[in-house]
Design a protein around this ligand. Structure first.
Ligand code: FMN
Length: 185
């Protein structure tokens, strides 16, 4: 089973990215989780540049779509900026509305800051809208913003690791259920 982890932050020392790196460390055997690291290459969404009928779009967008097609599930962690979803993440999601890679794709949202309520709710709504399936949320009670954290200590943190693990397990179950419902009768 394959999971694509997407961080909504471009910062080198992003707490959301570190959280996803910890998730990669905690991934159980049989699951391969990779971090998508090209969010900064996605151009501003412009429907004029998106020829869905002929599969023509900017190369970075086609690469993101291919990366999503290749996985069974998606795990997202994103910061909140000005009570909204990070612009780079929302921009990337806009490119995926028409092409449909999120359609029926089990998706879970975790969050490195319990303060980010507005962005979290908004991102849940966007993801539900484009995935047409239940979006799962793993809510951390420990704020990571401002803390010096690395993926090893997070993966061993008794407040953080169980939330990540439970989220991955829920994603795995949802992906298995999706695969069975997609299989020919
Ligand atoms: C311009 C700016 C606006 C922000 N606005 C909010 C906000 O509205 N609510 C909030 O909880 N945090 C806000 N923050 C804090 C970030 O969400 C927080 O620093 C987060 O950890 C950044 O994620 P990262 O470590 O993954 O880059 C803001 C930070 C910046 C730089």
């Amino acid at each position: 089973m394959k999971i694509l982890a997407i961080s909504g932050s471009l910062r080198k020392v992003s707490s959301n990215t570190v959280l996803l790196r910890a998730a990669i460390k905690l991934t159980p055997p049989g699951v391969e989780m990779t971090l998508y690291d090209a969010l900064g290459d996605i151009p501003p969404f412009n429907p004029d540049l998106d020829d869905l009928d002929n599969g023509v779009a900017p190369p970075s967008v086609l690469a993101l779509r291919a990366a999503l097609q290749a996985v069974d599930a998606v795990l997202i962690s994103s910061p909140e900026y000005a009570h909204g979803v990070s612009g780079v993440l929302k921009n990337a999601l806009d490119w995926l509305v028409g092409s449909g890679e999120f359609s029926g794709k089990p998706t879970a949202l975790i969050n490195a800051s319990p303060r980010s309520q507005h962005a979290h709710a908004s991102l849940m709504e966007v993801l539900r809208t484009i995935s047409f399936t239940d979006v799962m949320e793993g809510l951390l009670t420990v704020p990571l913003a401002g803390r010096k954290v690395d993926e090893d200590s997070l993966a061993a943190d008794p407040d953080v690791a169980p939330v990540i693990l439970k989220t991955i397990q829920a994603l795995m179950q949802a992906a298995q259920a999706q695969a069975s419902s997609d299989a020919p009768a």
